[in-house]
Design a binder for this molecule. Structure first.
Ligand SMILES: Nc1nc2c(ncn2[C@@H]2O[C@H](COP(=O)(O)OP(=O)(O)OP(=O)(O)O)[C@@H](O)[C@H]2O)c(=O)[nH]1
Ligand SMILES: [Mg+2]
Length: 319
């Protein structure tokens, strides 16, 4: 295992468990590399995970997510709990502008050993963004972080899936043109356990809150079922953060069944993704060289349709 030569597995594992930031960073790089060393690491730490509480925060670009997360970190730290943050960044890793921005905004916590912040680029993950995010969350979980916050821009299906399977899903909206429509389109209204209306200092915050209420009133809730509350915040002025943390606490209290379901869904999703990835790799490797290329040629020439092509390959492999 060349990647492990400088840090033997057992040593790295115990250093992660003790919360050593350099070991955490090293472990995250290993799982991001998607190689055998990363897989080995997950194998070793998996049994020790499942303790951290995962908070997913999503919303349109520039809504104030990172600013809010920064305030939330301070709130959580004031209660003595440790925090890991995964900021899934929409910006290309090559420009890195927003990644730098996240670092600067959250720099107040840079020297706090109870906080670990990682920005991740959305591009360059062969096995998918959701996979990379969930593996990084496992590392932070194994490192003993009490709360793990995942920030994503609620645009792609990947991002929505990441937030959907968090223990609690916070959807942030801001007053301004078309946000409601955008949220509805992306299907993120349905995944919200808690709504945040940030930039409440701006005009239109109340009417946005009212339109969320109107939207919720169209849904049916069973008696006793959690009804997503709406929290108005001004992240820059640290207004509404305590209220948000209280709502997260309430959700956590009343829905341990939900948590078990989400945890299961999260691992099921991860397993299915991994299996289909490996299955496809295996199929591609097990076919004689050139076989798939010939299939692609026939597809392109319209001699073969995709359904028959898939059936043909399955037949070849499974008989
Ligand atoms: N007026 C006002 N501005 C805010 C508030 N919260 C955040 N902002 C500003 O909104 C801008 C974007 O904030 P970020 O925290 O970077 O937003 P983000 O959602 O993390 O952005 P991306 O990660 O790039 O999608 C910054 O200039 C913040 O200062 C607020 O409550 N009121
Ligand atoms: Mg951000």
């Amino acid at each position: 295992m060349p990647a492990n030569v400088d840090l033997p597995g057992r040593d790295l594992r115990s250093r992660i468990a003790s919360g050593d930031p350099r070991a955490i960073a090293r472990a995250i790089s290993l799982v991001e590399d998607e190689g055998a060393a990363g897989a080995d690491l997950i194998r070793e730490i998996y049994g020790k995970t499942g303790r951290a509480y995962l908070v997913g925060i999503t919303g349109p670009p520039g809504a104030g997510k990172s600013t809010l997360v920064d305030r939330l970190i301070a709130k959580i730290r004031s209660e003595g709990q440790s925090v890991g943050v995964i900021a899934v960044d929409p910006t290309s890793p090559f420009t890195g502008g927003a990644i730098l921005g996240d670092r600067v905004r959250m720099s107040a916590h840079a020297f706090d050993a109870g906080v670990f912040i990682r920005s991740m680029a959305t591009r360059g993950h062969l096995g998918g963004l959701a996979r990379a995010t969930s593996d990084v969350a496992l590392v932070l979980d194994a490192a003993g972080k009490d709360v793990i916050i995942i920030e994503t821009v609620g645009v792609g299906q990947d991002e929505v899936d990441i937030i959907r399977t968090a223990d609690v899903s916070v959807v942030m909206l801001v007053p301004g043109a078309g946000d409601e429509v955008q949220a509805l389109k992306a299907g993120i209204m349905e995944i919200a356990d808690i709504f945040v209306v940030n930039k409440a200092d701006r005009e239109g915050a109340d009417s946005l809150a009212q339109s969320i209420v109107a939207n919720l009133s169209l849904q049916t809730f069973a008696p006793g079922e959690w009804r997503p509350p709406i929290v108005k915040t001004q992240a820059t002025a640290d207004v509404g953060i305590s209220e948000l943390w209280t709502e997260i606490g309430k959700f956590r209290q009343q829905s341990s069944a939900t948590r078990a379901t989400r945890q299961r869904a999260r691992q099921e999703y991860r397993f299915r993704e991994l299996l289909s990835h490996q299955f496809l790799q295996r199929v591609e490797r097990s076919l004689p060289a050139g076989d798939l290329d010939r299939v692609f040629d026939r597809l392109a020439a319209r001699e073969l349709d995709p359904y028959s092509a898939a059936a043909e390959v399955m037949e070849k492999i499974f008989g």
